[in-house]
Design a protein around this ligand. Sequence first.
Ligand code: MG
Length: 413
Amino acid sequence: MSTSCSRLSRRRFLKTTTTAAVTFPTLCAFGQELRVKIDRIEVFPVRYPTHGFFKFFSGPRGEPGLGVVIVKITASDGTIGWGQSVPTPKWAYESLETATVAIRRYFGPAMIGHDPTDIAGANQIMDRTIKPAFSTGMPITRAAIELGLHDLTGKLMGVSLSQLWNRPRGGPISLSWTINARTLDDVESLVEQGRQRGYRHFNIKVAPDPKFDVALAKKVRALAPNAFLWADANGGYDPQTALEAAPKLADVGVDVLEAPIRPNRISGYQALRRQGALPILMDEGVVSPVELVEFIRLKMIDGVAMKPARCGGLMSNKRQIEIIQDAGLMWLGSGLTDPDISLAASLALYGAYGLDKPAALNGPQFLAADVLAKPLQIEDAVAQIPTGPGLGVDVDQDKVLALMNAGKSKADD
Ligand SMILES: [Mg+2]
């Protein structure tokens, strides 16, 4: 092994981590891997089976389950990274079908030959491949590539995500139980279902009817007096209704109000923040760090519900957490009902940045399948941060193929 190899690899490596856990042989091994390129990207559109009602599930023809695109990135030395995107058209404009095509025809081919450890460069390529509209183009879709590159990079370097970022591993992360009640009579049993699985904190889906929402929140608060109670409207109120609802939700014990109105209602967000009835967080609409900085300057928000799956992956979301922390604002950990692979990435990020509130990561609540050789460690609503290189999960390709075949996805049509 040449001296130049070790110097090069060490310099390169120390840009991202100074952890003592990584040994010199690892550095040299990584130095040799610098010539590794992205060789192949395979795309697996699947539907994860679900249980329970959640308004974002089911496909365009009523197909059950959560549409997910799983991506396998193979490097020229045979190392594999896995990623996942969660395109939910009832939440935003990306679907299982469009995500599959965009990765197969656009993002995937653009990555071939690229250095997999240059994730910033990969993001720039993706910026050019599908240009932005207001913000990053097809952010949910491209998160699969970005997460897969983090997994691949970690495996090539022999480091976990927290080591890659030179952060503590952190965790464990408490999880919040999602209440999506269709009637008030459902509430008690929904809360009880969560309780029985060890959950102590609850997030409720609200809007468009504030009368129902206040009654819902009051009922959940009565059943869970010590819970962190987080209301998410998914942009479902108009500004006037949100201004009327926020103080009433505060009165019955809601702790934070997420996405009360659509993200393009800028003056509405400013009015809600001025009103000060509840901390106002955004979710939908914050995709890149650029608009986050703008929204903070415009005094629209008290914080953000983070989710790498929404933001094109980890680099963007990691930067957003840093921006929020620097601004002294609030951040919560959330997700798009992320299944195993994406969930592992979210847990690693939230652990590394010391999330101290229950996370609305409800994949374990709603999803009835996984593609891992060994499941994530989640017990009594507490998730451990995965250990091991990359995302810290071992994907079982047979399970991926079985899920794809079971779903008989028409995404290739
Ligand atoms: Mg939300």
